[in-house]
Design a binder for this molecule. Structure first.
Ligand SMILES: Nc1ccn([C@@H]2O[C@H](COP(=O)(O)OP(=O)(O)OP(=O)(O)O)[C@@H](O)[C@H]2O)c(=O)n1
Ligand SMILES: C[C@](O)(CO)[C@H](O)COP(=O)(O)O
Length: 236
């Protein structure tokens, strides 16, 4: 894609989780994939983009792994402190952007450290589709399987109409000022915020869904990493 047509943006990478569902010996963002850590692959997708203004990575306070990464010395990468929940880690990164002099109207793309398979074509698609959008939005994938609502007894309660169900992915793209206000107010109000879009929705706006690749998966459980290892086998 011709990048002069794309907006400049800041990236926020929440990477302060412990990866409990992975049941690994270190936080999953530091597990190896094709010779690099998952976090390095994720960062490279943004560091390679010509429209990047800078990256803020939210890290756990006691993170001993970050200084050993080659990209830790990249001048375009800034650090923020992680919080107890993902939303707090993101809010801390937005505060850091303010300290760095980012403008309220700057685009911010929030992307999980645990999604290393983001394709540059999806990143460019999101930027192009939302460049002039009044609200912003997110990469997402329409439900592909039949969906069931489960009862407390573990049995099917109903089959859900999947034609109106999409899975939210990241990056999620919003203006810095609007996202900062929505996230801060949602957290103060104890609203459950598992992604940036839900804070924007709570603030009364309707983010746009941009259909992306289904292989932009979040490494959550061991089989997710095994899948990517097979997918990446033989990549340079
Ligand atoms: N307090 C937290 C929790 C999560 N994350 C980040 O948010 C992303 C998505 O969260 P998730 O997949 O849930 O990661 P974890 O919380 O580490 O996983 P788990 O829930 O299995 O412990 C990850 O890149 C994770 O590092 C974060 O920055 N701060
Ligand atoms: C942000 C996200 O990846 C969108 O699907 C998801 O909400 C993260 O949830 P998690 O429980 O923090 O992995």
């Amino acid at each position: 894609m011709n990048t002069p047509d794309l907006p400049s943006f800041w990236a926020v990478i929440p990477a302060a989780g412990i990866g409990s569902r992975m049941r690994a010996d270190k936080p999953k963002q530091y597990l190896q994939l094709a010779g690099k850590s998952i976090l390095e692959h994720t960062l490279n997708c943004f560091l390679d983009h010509p429209c990047l203004l800078g990256v803020v990575v939210s890290l756990a306070e006691d993170d001993p792994f970050w200084p050993n990464l080659g990209c830790a010395r990249d001048a375009r990468i800034y650090i923020a402190g992680g919080g107890a929940e993902r939303a707090e880690s993101v809010l801390n990164a937005l505060l850091r952007l303010g300290e760095l002099g980012a403008d309220e109207q700057d685009w911010v793309l929030v992307h999980d450290a645990a999604r290393p398979n983001l394709d540059q074509s999806d990143l460019d698609l999101l930027l192009a589709e939302l460049a002039d959008d009044a609200v912003g939005g997110l990469l997402a994938v329409p439900a592909r399987d039949t969906l069931k609502r489960v009862g407390s007894d573990g049995r099917v309660r109903e089959t859900i109409d999947r034609s109106v169900i999409w899975q939210a992915y990241t990056p999620q793209m919003f203006r810095l000022g609007a996202l900062h206000r929505a996230l801060a107010e949602a957290l103060v109000s104890d609203v459950a915020v598992t992604d940036e879009a839900s804070a924007i929705e709570w603030a009364g706006q309707s983010p746009r869904l941009v259909e992306g690749r289904a292989d932009n998966l979040k490494v959550t459980r061991p089989e997710d990493l095994h899948y990517l290892e097979r997918l990446w086998r033989g990549r340079s």
